[in-house]
Write a protein that binds this ligand. Structure first.
Ligand code: ATP
Ligand code: MG
Length: 192
């Protein structure tokens, strides 16, 4: 009898230890969405996790985090997807951007299913949805396919309600003050 109980107890402890991969969203108009995602990535990396950051908007990555990732080594990788997308493509360029965005989503899915990563950060994916580069449905399908143990982080303004509905942790950054308003130029180590 005692033995059976201890076996049962061990089963419970193992269940608790099993990782529950979360869907996390950082959205809102205030600064800090990408910064907070990188902070999570650093914390996870410190725990021995393998972290992949995929960039959906061209040129969003700044010198500071690229240099940090290069020093952190192969368990913290930052990559631009496809061609990357500009923030305000002209109409005629939009079709190309959409093709690139679809490829980017396929890439993201491939990495997600590879089992290589413990955390994947899809930076600015909310913006890519809002801009019409990728559909909400395609991103919902991606969330649906997420391996149980993977932590998936989505950043960008204007997160869609349907995506928020599927998330476990959603934080909205709100602007109280931004130095930009006072005309203070971008500061090294803060903005890049
Ligand atoms: P960060 O990368 O600093 O965490 P973010 O991811 O929250 O910023 P994005 O929407 O990706 O913000 O915008 C990127 C750039 O826009 C950053 O250089 C950031 O400082 C700037 N920015 C963010 N919020 C504001 C704001 N409310 N007013 C002016 N500039 C802003
Ligand atoms: Mg950002």
């Amino acid at each position: 009898m005692g033995k059976r109980y201890s076996e049962l107890f061990r089963g419970v402890v193992e269940a608790v230890k099993e990782r529950q991969g979360l869907i996390i969203i950082n959205t809102g108009n205030g600064k800090g969405k990408t910064t907070a995602a990188l902070g999570l990535g650093m914390r996870a990396w410190g725990q021995g996790f393998k972290v992949l950051v995929l960039q959906f908007i061209k040129g969003n990555w700044k010198y500071g985090e690229l240099q940090a990732a290069a020093r952190m080594g192969e368990d913290f990788v930052i990559r631009q997807l496809g061609e990357g997308f500009v923030r305000h493509a002209k109409d005629e360029a939009l079709a190309d951007h959409k093709d690139a965005a679809e490829d980017a989503l396929l890439d993201a899915r491939k990495e997600m299913m590879s089992g290589k990563w413990d955390m994947i950060i899809l930076d600015e994916i909310n913006y890519a949805i809002k801009f019409g580069l990728v559909s909400t449905e395609a991103v919902l399908a991606l969330l649906e396919a997420k391996p149980q143990s993977l932590h998936l982080v989505l950043t960008g303004r204007d997160a869609q309600q349907a995506i928020i509905d599927q998330a476990d942790l959603v934080t909205e950054m709100c602007v109280v003050k931004h130095p930009y308003k006072k005309g203070i130029p971008a500061q090294q180590g803060i903005e890049f």
